[in-house]
Design a protein around this ligand. Structure first.
Ligand SMILES: C[S@@+](CC[C@H](N)C(=O)[O-])C[C@H]1O[C@@H](n2cnc3c(N)ncnc32)[C@H](O)[C@@H]1O
Length: 280
């Protein structure tokens, strides 16, 4: 399978995104009023279970004030801002989508976290960083857009220090073809899902050993059930980013989980010292 970076970029193109965010955030106060990262969680945590999932993954990974974190596929930057605000660490985000990077910069300025958090446009398959630069790499709901998975995990291993940690929170194939559209792809042309077992094999081959391996499908199903029962979403939701039909697209992920077509995987790995990415 070949990567479809143009198709993925088009999926996350979100034209006029920063202007739409400015309009939506007017509900929280004037433009010069500083926002708390949690106030944005309805629209800047672009993955199943939102902020709760980011907080849990961070807790499993072990992050402190001196940890240098790279968030690969950082989206609108919500996870990066949460980590910086909670742990005081420095976070760098990279994302394929230029409108998302521009929006992430804007939201970071609004939350006053610019001294700790930066973003740049780049592909996860060619990270613009030296070898061994980061203590932790985060990858939340991004891998399913990437066909060259061994290339992805080798690149993540390259930028990690030996002994560094790689935390991933991903949608995985479970027992059948998914219904489309889903939040990361309108059609199968932008979607490159693997099973949890295939994912683990490729990550280990890239020079990692597992520290945490968790099937979060049941928790995600319960979250979608609660979402369905709780009526219309709050004002600030991912529809502001992806368009008004997004709730229906997200519901399709819930349906795919409910029918056991897809699953949700949480895992943390250690970059094995001495097992460098070149030898994988
Ligand atoms: C579902 S969003 C998740 C965003 C963020 N990780 C979060 O959880 O809030 C997927 C993100 O991955 C980015 N992405 C997809 N393929 C990528 C690639 N090859 N390189 C960098 N970013 C990529 C998309 O642009 C999008 O922002």
């Amino acid at each position: 399978m070949t990567d479809n970076l143009d198709g993925v970029r088009a999926h996350y193109h979100a034209s006029g995104l920063t202007e739409r965010l400015k309009t939506a955030l007017a509900a929280l106060g004037p433009e010069d009023q500083r926002l708390m990262p949690e106030q944005l969680a309805g629209l800047d945590q672009f993955h199943t279970r939102g902020l709760a999932a980011t907080a849990e993954l961070a807790g499993l990974t072990g992050i402190g004030p001196d940890t240098t974190v790279l968030d690969v596929g950082s989206g609108l930057g919500g996870p990066a801002r949460f980590l910086a605000a909670t742990y005081g660490c420095r976070v760098t985000g990279v994302d394929l989508s230029e409108p998302f990077v521009e929006a992430a910069d804007y939201l970071t300025e609004r939350t006053g976290l610019g001294g700790k958090v930066t973003f740049e446009a780049a592909s996860a398959l060619a990270l613009p960083f030296d070898d061994g630069q980061f203590d932790v790499v985060l990858l939340q709901h991004v891998a399913m857009n990437i066909a060259d998975r061994d290339g992805l995990y080798i690149e993540i291993r390259r930028v990690l220090k030996p002994g560094g940690r790689f935390a991933t929170y991903d949608v995985v194939l479970n027992g059948g073809d998914p219904h489309y559209p889903v939040p990361w792809a309108r059609t199968p042309a932008e979607s490159f899902l693997l099973t949890a077992a295939e994912t683990r094999t490729l990550i280990e081959q890239a020079g990692f050993e597992p520290l945490v391996w968790q099937d979060d499908t049941a928790t995600a199903k319960a979250w979608f059930a609660q979402l369905r029962a709780s009526g219309p979403p709050a004002l600030l939701n991912l529809g502001v980013v992806m368009g008004s039909g997004f709730a229906g697209v997200a519901a399709n992920l819930g349906r795919n989980l409910g029918e056991d077509r897809l699953g949700i995987l949480t895992a943390v790995f250690e970059a094995v010292p001495g097992k460098a990415w070149q030898e994988a």
